[in-house]
Design a protein around this ligand. Structure first.
Ligand code: PEP
Ligand code: MG
Length: 889
């Protein structure tokens, strides 16, 4: 196969072969845009190199042929002494990847050709500046010399001249500096900087290949689940120069505002500079609009090109360009990154322009972006005193008093204070403090640091790695640049969506998108927020497109009502144990402690009307829509006092000779019910089978409540769900009893209730015997929390805080399997259970109610395996609706 493509031979759909950069350079070339000529070495060549340790034999000749053609076209040869052709060598994988070698500019310069360049350009300073840049970049990225050695030398040179920026260094200074750089290379590598231009080029190409397997690149791929065998392409592009004087320059531009989505002129321009200067922020850039005054011809041409690109890519594009002595050149374009708000607005704008249809618009946004738009945020209009910035690790806006240790965080929050926990980095000992805090701020660590991972898991706002903030936990103090000191107790505000840290209290406003879902803001209003209008429209597209239904996990009328406003089509999981907390705990305690049948029945009788009342409210809130009520699940000891506290109390009383019969009995019961592994113990259906009357009481309450609603002319649609079933026999026993109770209620109340009865599939054995279980179940709801716990053998309550950070850092998984479904393991069981269940009972209804039901990637999986619905917490419902549509589109 062909290993090298001229820019004119590729196109934007060849990203696998030419990488993102190469494919887009080819596309622009074919659109007739001014791209400096060049060629791309394919990812196939890279793959061969990575597999065999050497370049494919044909590569050298193919590169020579393309280089010859390039030289012909440009009328000069690479590194030619009197007038050198120079090229850049740039990496470009299918996905842009931090940690890979980026760019080496000015390849082709040598001790000889630097003089030729100086003459041709009529600018000695420029030539030496270009040469020193080559040695610096080449030394660092190709020859692996510590980059700081060059930077220090540059600083020394500036200091010696009293210069503030590199522009103040003249030709003689740069010539001297170049010599110095060459010495550094010789000393560090034991060889001279290569003078042969082709050797420079070949070494740079090989360095790009090698960088595919750099440590950071590998880690990034593991975390982002990018396959390791894609390889990278290499782009070789003739150089154009933005540093040839005031009529030259370089810039970046966007076809729309990537922050808001607004159409207009957005970008930055830097006169007399080369590419990396803009990013490095060495000198101040000017707004792109000012280019119109500096160079009207180039500006007009650029505007024209941007319009061409937008219409062609049918999306926001970002662009890198250079102007060389008044001539505009396009160096790169790609579909640009954007904020969540911009993504929604751009998608609807493009629909209005007729550039994309609804299905495509749905692919232009995602659930994570929608979730981000639903967090409360700091008031844009308010005064805010920013003191630092870190990594936006877990979104949200949090305000509180600064505390520097977990103990204080807990103590202060118990007394009603809002606190922000500030640490250099967190570890599992900080967990209590993290739970107590409104938000977490660290000065070290990245997106997979302990703080970031745990905070995301808890849905807590977190900014991590704010390195300019100095945290001194001993002195309970944080120092920001400029000597600003934050003491314990001072108010600070952190923005987990932008990473910004503020001194004092910044006012928080609710998200307009949530106000819209809540019905407090209307998309039809004349002065409607543009973002709200865009979200409204996208949700309408989504609901037209999706196959999956979306239900809510909710166990009270308030949550049910909110879920309905957010678009829920029923309740997929009502956890009845949540109805037994608070005041009712005592009653459950009595049930557990009952010694005689009479005592037990008495306590069940007390619970029945309470449960019935709960269900009436729930069925009313979800009138006309299905409500899946799950019978009691958690281990009983969760309803009893803590074993240690109680033991101490009893022991103290004993020592005072103060016998408390009740406490003693309680302690005995706590001991009797104590389990080493309660998650694997007396829970779910096991409870129902061991405590006579418990499940029948719940079934009766459901049936009576449904009958009450019928009497009130309502439309109750209850479904009864049995948790933690491992074998069909368990289900049959419960089912027989339940059916008797239901029949009895129906007869007595003179109604037909049409209650369906199903099971959770949340144990591996249940999944493996799904075909049998379906004999006795009207529906399955996959409990992927417990299924993940039992398939991996991970304790769902402990792992996130203990070893998951290490697992994430090592790239064993990029995301917790409790957050995104593990398709290969847990998912495979789900897929097979769906098949087996359907084989037994073709009309089996299928859903999922684990946390994964609201996770974007998992929703796609559930759509693919053919579930009927996903169920998730009320706030995740819009996200699930959107992702269900994206899966179907
Ligand atoms: C599950 O296990 O996925 C589930 C929904 O049940 P719970 O989280 O209540 O155990
Ligand atoms: Mg469960």
């Amino acid at each position: 196969p062909k290993l090298v493509y001229d820019f004119s031979e590729g196109n934007k759909d060849l990203k696998d072969l030419l990488g993102g950069k190469g494919a887009n350079l080819a596309e622009m070339t074919n659109l007739g845009l001014p791209v400096p000529p060049g060629f791309t070495i394919t990812t196939e060549a890279c793959k061969v190199y990575l597999e065999t340790g050497s370049e494919p034999t044909a590569l050298r000749d193919e590169v020579s042929a393309h280089l010859d053609a390039l030289e012909q076209r440009m009328g000069r040869k690479l590194g030619q002494a009197d007038d050198p052709l120079l090229v850049s060598v740039r990496s470009g994988a299918k996905f842009s990847m931090p940690g890979m070698m980026d760019t080496v500019l000015n390849i082709g310069l040598s001790d000889v050709s630097v003089e030729g360049l100086a003459k041709q350009a009529g600018d000695e300073r420029f030539a030496w500046d270009s040469y020193r840049r080559l040695i610096q970049m080449f030394g660092k990225t190709v020859l692996d010399v510590d980059g700081e050695l060059f930077e220090d030398a540059l600083e020394d040179a500036k200091r010696a001249k009293g210069a503030t920026t590199d522009v103040d260094l003249g030709a003689p200074d740069l010539r001297e500096l170049t010599e110095h750089f060459k010495e550094i290379v010789a000393k560090e590598t034991g060889r001279d900087f290569p003078q042969d231009p082709r050797e420079q080029m070949d070494l740079a190409v090989r360095a790009v290949f090698d960088s595919w397997n750099g440590d950071r690149a590998k880690l990034y791929r593991r975390q982002e689940r990018i396959p390791h065998d894609l390889g990278t392409a290499v782009n070789i592009c003739s150089m154009v120069f933005g540093n040839l004087g005031p009529d030259s320059g370089t810039g970046v531009a966007f076809t729309r505002d990537p922050a808001s989505g607004q159409q207009g002129v957005y970008g930055d321009y830097l006169q007399n500079a080369q590419g990396e200067d803009v990013v490095a922020g060495i000198r101040n850039t000017v707004a792109l609009a000012d280019l119109e005054e500096l160079d009207k011809k180039s500006y007009d041409e650029l505007m024209q090109i941007m319009e061409t690109l937008e219409n062609h890519y049918r999306d926001l594009c970002d662009i890198e360009f250079t102007i060389e002595r008044g001539k505009l050149w396009m160096l790169q374009t790609r579909v640009g990154k954007r904020t969540a708000a911009a993504a929604f607005r751009i998608a609807t704008q493009l629909v209005d322009q007729g550039l994309i249809d609804e299905a495509e618009a749905l692919q232009r946004v995602n659930g994570a972006q929608l979730a981000q738009l639903m967090f409360p945020r700091f008031d844009d209009g308010a005064k805010a005193d920013q003191i630092g910035r870190g990594i936006a690790a877990s979104p949200g806006a949090a305000v509180g008093k600064a505390v520097f240790d977990s103990y204080t965080a807990v103590k202060w929050s118990r007394s009603g204070e809002k606190v922000i926990l500030i640490r250099r980095e967190t570890n599992p000992d900080d967990l209590d403090g993290m739970i107590a805090a409104e938000g977490i701020l660290t000065s070290r660590g990245g997106k997979t640091s302990h703080a970031a991972v745990v905070a995301r898991g808890m849905g807590k706002t977190c900014v991590c790695g704010a390195e300019e903030l100095e945290v001194d936990t001993k002195r309970r103090q944080m120092t920001a640049p400029g000597g600003i000191v934050i003491d314990e107790g001072d108010l600070i505000s952190i923005d987990g969506s932008s990473g910004k840290v503020y001194k004092g209290e910044v006012p928080v406003v609710p998200s307009p998108v949530v106000e819209y879902f809540e019905g407090r803001m209307h998309a039809g209003a004349e002065d409607a927020d543009e973002l709200v209008v865009a979200v409204h429209r996208m949700m309408a597209y989504a609901d037209r497109m999706r196959r999956l239904r979306v239900r809510a996990n909710a166990d009270n009328a308030e949550d049910a009502a909110r879920a309905r406003r957010f678009g829920a089509q029923g309740i997929g999981l009502c956890r009845t144990e949540h109805m037994f907390l608070g005041d009712r705990r005592q009653q459950v305690e009595r049930l557990i402690l009952a010694d005689t049948e009479e005592e037990r029945e008495a306590s069940l009788k007390e619970l029945l009307p309470l449960q019935q009342g709960d269900f009436v409210q729930l069925f009313e809130a979800m009138d006309g829509l299905p409500v899946t009520v799950r019978l009691l699940d958690p281990p009983l000891h969760e309803f009893l006092p803590d074993i240690t506290e109680l033991s101490v109390r009893v022991a103290l009383a004993e020592s005072r000779k103060d016998h408390n019969e009740n406490d003693l009995r309680l302690l005995q019961a706590v001991h009797r019910l104590h389990e080493q592994n309660p998650m694997l113990g007396l829970r779910g259906v096991r409870l129902g089978l061991v405590i006579p009357g418990l499940f029948t009481m719940q079934v009766r309450a459901i049936a009576e409540a449904a009958a009450d609603r019928k009497d009130a002319k309502g439309d109750p649609r209850a479904e009864i769900m049995i948790p933690l079933v491992g074998t069909v026999q368990e289900l049959e026993l419960v089912r027989d009893e339940a059916e008797q109770v239901i029949a009895e209620v129906e007869e007595r109340r003179g109604v037909s209730l049409k209650l369906s009865l199903g099971t959770m599939i949340e144990l591996p054995r249940a999944a493996l015997t799904a075909g049998q279980i379906a004999e006795s179940a009207d529906f399955f709801s996959f409990g992927t929390n417990d299924l993940t716990q039992t398939v991996w053998g991970f304790s769902r309550d402990d792992v996130e805080a203990s070893f998951f950070t290490a697992y994430l850092e090592k790239g064993i998984f990029g995301v917790s399997p409790f957050e995104t479904i593990d398709k290969d393991g847990v998912g495979a069981l789900v897929r097979d259970a769906v098949k087996a269940g359907k084989a037994t009972r073709p009309d089996l209804k299928l859903g999922v109610c684990g946390e994964h039901g609201g996770d974007p990637e998992s929703v796609h999986f559930f759509d693919e395996v053919g579930l009927d619905y996903v169920s998730c917490s009320p706030f995740r419902i819009p996200v699930a609706r959107l992702e269900a549509a994206r899966a179907a589109a």
